[in-house]
Design a protein around this ligand. Structure first.
Ligand code: FE2
Length: 288
């Protein structure tokens, strides 16, 4: 072997190593996930379409999860709105008590693997309650659960169901959207699974809470992300019909409010070495 050949081999080895070290750096880089709270009706959809791209750029977001159970006029998710929001940058949709309010949602959750409906619905319900997604060669599990207290539907016990999911889970990161009314129920589920899941993020009340924290064994928790929807509203709806119904005890029809919007979300930085949440940043922004 002459000197020229040795040089060529060294050069090839260097470029091979350099490429793989580069790949290694990409693999070892922290991941960033953006969780968006309940997107409510037209105001919420418009907020996402207009602002998600810049939020992704500002925070270097790799993956976007959003609660989509209020997307279509406050109840459920239509195919058209699913496509609009997916095109805007949402990777995974979690759902809630309004999942099947629209009939078309039945086929939608069956066909689209990135729509996760509550796992504690009946085992005969269409769709998936938990699913693993690939992100830069890391496995991210997203689970959706409904609470039992003050919720309109009877569902299986979320504690026992999450036990079953966790026992079989082999993902790198596991996040649970717990769609529930009562803060104590959300806090209890988070503490019960501290160290067993990466994070539990509450949705459904549409009111952002200021209790985001890491629990003692490292699980991230927030009681509620809040709503991405109409700011001048009663949890998304026009105030007048609700106030009238409260005064008279008569039934009312929910009308999505218009006008100013609020964007509620959480940015999580994931440490790929410890497989835990490293930092978190709450977003609560009002748009005229
Ligand atoms: Fe809900």
């Amino acid at each position: 072997m002459n000197l020229k050949n040795i040089k060529t081999i060294n050069c090839n080895l260097f470029s091979y190593l350099f490429k793989n070290i580069g790949d290694l750096f990409i693999l070892m880089k922290d991941l960033k996930i953006l969780f968006i709270g309940d997107i409510f009706a037209q105001v919420g959809r418009n907020l996402v379409v207009k602002n998600l791209t810049s939020l992704i750029d500002i925070h270097n977001v790799d993956f976007v999860v959003a609660n989509g159970e209020n997307v279509t006029h406050g109840r459920s998710l239509s195919l058209w709105h699913y496509q609009t929001l997916q095109n805007a940058g949402i990777n995974v949709f979690t759902m809630g008590n309004h999942t099947f309010f629209l009939k078309e949602a039945i086929s939608l959750v069956q066909e689209k693997k990135n729509i996760i409906r509550p796992a504690n619905y009946s085992k005969l319900a269409p769709g998936r309650g938990s699913f693993v997604f690939n992100l830069k060669n890391y496995q991210i599990r997203i689970t959706n659960l409904l609470g039992q207290t003050f919720m309109p539907q009877h569902v299986e016990n979320p504690f026992l169901l999450l036990d079953e999911i966790v026992q079989k889970d082999e993902s790198d990161f596991h996040f649970v959207d717990f769609h529930a009314e009562v803060t104590a129920e959300k806090i209890a589920l988070a503490w019960a699974f501290d160290g067993k899941i990466t994070g539990l993020l509450g949705t459904h009340t549409h009111v952002p809470t200021s209790d985001a924290r890491l629990l003692p064994k490292g699980t991230f928790f927030v009681s509620d992300l809040g709503m991405t929807g109409p700011y001048d509203s009663i949890i998304g709806a026009k105030p007048e019909p609700i106030i009238h119904a409260r005064r008279t005890n008569l039934p009312f029809r929910l009308i999505p409010a218009t006008g100013r919007g609020q964007f509620c979300a959480m940015v999580l930085t994931l440490d790929v070495k410890t497989k835990k949440v490293k930092t978190y940043q709450q977003i609560y922004q009002i748009f005229a």
